[in-house]
Design a protein around this ligand. Structure first.
Ligand code: NAD
Length: 266
């Protein structure tokens, strides 16, 4: 805690989809700066609570579990209210929850399209809408949207995901313009492949379907578009989130920041 940012100490941060991977990494990075954190996930709160105990114990901050399905607008509004009631008004919102489905457009299940757009894109609107009035009233706020390299470029078979992430980048710009004189910034982080349980779990299946070793899948399939041939880490995404929320990030707003080893430079 000795190197915590004065700007971030005792701020209230709400992170969606924070029970694993990037969201959990961001929650830990903000808690390390002295933020009190609300950890959203779709699992019941008693299952999220041990993660909160861990964060509270490690960083000496308050941490609350917030169960809400991010495809449900009413649940999102209720979650934002519950975060404010448990911790105080939300200063920092990180829209991170996301799902993926891979299929050609002509066989893409319509209900999966609707669900993916709801979780990955519409939730960003509903959560931002819930916290912006308080941020404006207090004259300070940070919204960080975890988009993707797929918010900037496309890949085949990921129509809903690419549409949602491009939408998130556009929504980030509008949020930034609407709040530019309110002490609020809104930015999108656009990771390439990040080493998370989500990616790790795909590797044995991909190896089977491609008839390759797991090492070959990592090198020739997963990291093929990423010129530095390396996964980004959740710690890197957490550190950039902290920077965007710090005093040094005050003039960065409406930006889409790739963390993709050069993927979108091509
Ligand atoms: P992950 O599966 O570990 O995390 C996703 C999180 O979203 C989990 O906590 C999950 O519980 C939550 N979530 C999913 N559906 C939800 C719902 N309906 N309600 C509430 N929470 C829900 O994956 P991750 O790799 O950490 O991904 C986090 C974000 O980063 C996603 O938006 C993803 O699109 C984005 N991203 C990931 C990568 C990568 O390579 N891992 C790259 C670019 C962008």
């Amino acid at each position: 805690m000795s190197d915590s940012s004065p700007q971030l100490k005792d701020r209230i941060a709400l992170i969606t989809g924070a029970t694993s991977g990037i969201g959990l990494g961001i929650a830990r990075a903000l808690a390390a700066q002295g933020c009190h954190v609300g950890i959203n996930g779709s699992r019941p709160e008693q299952e999220i609570a041990p993660l909160c105990d861990d964060i509270a114990g490690a960083f000496g901050v308050r941490c609350v579990p917030l169960s809400a399905d991010m495809s449900d607008p009413q649940a999102i509004t209720a979650m934002a209210a519950a975060a404010a009631q448990a911790l105080g008004p939300v200063d920092i919102l990180v829209n991170n929850a996301g799902i993926q489905h891979v299929a050609p457009i002509d066989t893409f299940p319509a209900e999966m399209w609707d669900r993916l757009i709801a979780v990955n894109l519409s939730s960003v609107f509903h959560a931002s809408r819930a916290v912006l009035p308080g941020m404006k009233a207090r004259g300070w706020g940070r919204i960080v949207n975890i988009a993707s390299a797929h918010g900037l470029v496309a890949s085949p078979f990921k129509s809903a995901y690419v549409a949602a992430k491009h939408g998130m980048v556009g929504f980030t710009k509008v949020t930034a313009l609407e709040t530019a004189t309110d002490g609020i910034t809104c930015n999108a982080i656009c990771p390439g492949y990040v080493w998370t349980p989500l990616v790790e779990k795909q590797i044995p299946d991909q190896a089977k379907s491609h008839g390759m070793s797991e090492e070959e899948v990592i090198d020739q399939v997963i990291l093929a578009p990423q010129p530095n041939r390396k996964f980004a880490s959740v710690e890197e995404i957490g550190a950039l989130t902290v920077f965007l929320c710090s005093a040094a990030g005050a003039s960065i707003t409406g930006a889409s920041l790739p963390v993709d080893g050069g993927w979108t430079a091509r």
